[in-house]
Design a protein around this ligand. Structure first.
Ligand code: SF4
Length: 487
């Protein structure tokens, strides 16, 4: 057990993220009692500088310490805090790196998407190359990860125009799943109760119509639509068609329309023809692994053959773009298992491959029963990720978006690969925070961009379906206010 003790309470979580790079899944305690390690951080102002001092105590003795001094800079509270937080984290990272004797592939970078940091550094006056150089020198990001950032930056050229406030993206949430996956922390309801599914469909269609009219009244256009979950196809074909009809009636034709058909046991031979008829041009079928044994371990109710069959139905229906998600680092899997999954996926002509690294989320069943599962080492996770990248590149795909989560095996990343011209615009918009997002449905997150202030604010819808249904009036009022632009 370890604990973090800082004199700037605002930075506690940031410092905890950095400590987790080295203490992994060890439980962090709020108090020092019983802790093997205590991480101390103090920030003070001295001689017109910020001074960060970190100390690592082991068994009550000082095991390591570090200090850094930086000029006080930044206009306004947001920027001042951004710099001071950055320096505090870097001071701690350097000390832990020296103590443990090794760095991280992403260096001391936590809590910010690498591509977003590049943009922040560009705002601070650096060129793209200078920003990468700074990430290497100051954040200790490895050359291979910087090369990935460079490829993603290049793949995103032409997809968005920074600062475009004339349009927005739409996210529609269907928070139902047939069963709960072992690693899932998402709050989804069981898809078994017909009356609840009906009630939810009615409420969602109403929200789509009301918010669509409101946004049109604000003079904003829709750019892309993404329907995720949960598992949207768990609604059943007829209800899903009703939601899609409401979407079409409200928003009309858009640049890209994705529906997640994540679990193949939720689709029928009629699902994809219906999706195509309703204007859907991208679907995501998510095997995670093509290993039958692992599918059982992670709580999936289907076989690898079901995935192949669902893929065939999607293609027969003429869906122009098919994505598949896979996860590296699943319980009991070896690099050979991942190689098998990649070989099976290569037999299907998919347009996008999204490679996730297993993240052990605190509210997942996996976290609760961690001792019962053999997880691949961080080194094996790196090899698996490299194999997935080689497979994607050999298929002519390029990485086009990336994000990182807490508690990932090997502190790695999730990467989306796409064939040329097939990058998912919504994914780029969402990860790079390029447009406002109108979130509809339970558990959805709406995001409003304020480009001139380099700032965005968020509005979360209740995750619990019953709460969403009961609070819809109030939610609609809040959402309309949230998305009202001044004249
Ligand atoms: S399909 Fe996705 S949302 Fe549903 S339980 Fe599995 S991981 Fe969670």
């Amino acid at each position: 057990m370890f604990c973090v003790d800082t004199n700037v309470a605002l930075y506690y979580k940031d410092l905890l993220d950095v400590a987790n790079l080295y203490f992994g899944l060890e439980e962090a305690s709020l108090t020092p009692e019983g802790c093997q390690f205590i991480v101390e951080h103090r920030c003070v102002q001295e001689d017109g500088q910020w001074v960060q001092r970190c100390r690592l105590l082991r068994g009550g003795e000082t095991a390591a310490q570090g200090e850094r001094r930086d000029p006080i800079k930044g206009d306004g509270v947001v920027q001042l805090n951004r710099f001071r937080r950055r320096y505090a984290k870097l001071c701690l990272y350097e000390m832990l790196k020296n103590y443990f004797g090794y760095g991280q592939l992403w260096g001391g970078l936590t809590g910010i998407r690498p591509t977003k940091l590049v943009r922040q550094l560009e705002w601070e006056g650096m060129s793209f190359d200078q920003a990468l150089d700074y990430m290497n020198r100051v954040f200790d990001v490895s050359p291979e990860k910087l090369a990935l950032v460079r490829r993603i930056h290049s793949a995103q050229q032409g997809i968005y125009q920074w600062g475009d406030d004339s349009c927005f993206d739409v996210y529609v949430g269907i928070p139902f799943c047939r069963t709960r996956c072992l690693y899932c922390s998402f709050f989804s309801a069981a898809a078994g109760k017909e009356s609840l599914l009906e009630e939810y469909t009615d409420a969602l269609c109403r929200e789509i119509g009301e918010m669509g009219r409101h946004m049109a009244g604000q003079g904003k256009r829709v750019r892309t639509i993404y329907m995720g979950g949960g598992t949207p196809t768990a609604l059943g074909d007829a209800r899903l068609e009703r939601v899609l009809a409401a979407v079409n009636e409200t928003f009309g034709r858009v640049r890209e329309f994705t529906v997640e058909a994540g679990r193949p046991d939720t689709v029928t031979p009629n699902t994809f023809p219906m999706l195509r008829r309703m204007g859907v041009d991208r679907v995501s079928i998510n095997p995670q692994t093509m290993n039958a044994r692992t599918l059982q371990v992670i709580g999936r109710d289907h076989t690898p053959q079901d995935i192949v069959r669902a893929y065939g139905w999607a293609r027969q229906a003429g869906i122009p773009s098919v994505n598949m998600d896979m996860i590296v680092g699943l319980p009991g899997e070896t690099p050979d298992d991942v190689a098998d999954t990649l070989r099976e996926l290569e037999k299907m002509e998919i347009d996008n491959l999204t490679v996730h690294t297993l993240a052990i989320k605190r509210s997942s069943k996996l976290h609760e029963r961690l001792k019962d599962y053999a997880l691949p080492s961080g080194e094996d996770a790196v090899r698996m990720l490299e194999a997935a990248e080689s497979s994607a590149v050999a298929r002519g795909m390029e990485p086009y978006y990336m994000y990182r989560q807490k508690y990932m095996r090997g502190n790695l990343e999730n990467v989306g690969y796409a064939l040329p011209g097939k990058a998912c615009v919504y994914n780029v918009d969402m990860m790079e925070e390029t447009h406002s997002i109108l979130g509809l449905g339970a558990g959805s997150m709406s995001k409003r961009m304020f480009f001139e202030r380099e700032f965005h604010s968020r509005l979360a819808a209740p995750k619990d379906v019953a709460t969403y249904l009961h609070s819809q009036e109030q939610l609609l009022r809040e959402k309309k206010e949230f998305f009202t632009w001044a004249e």
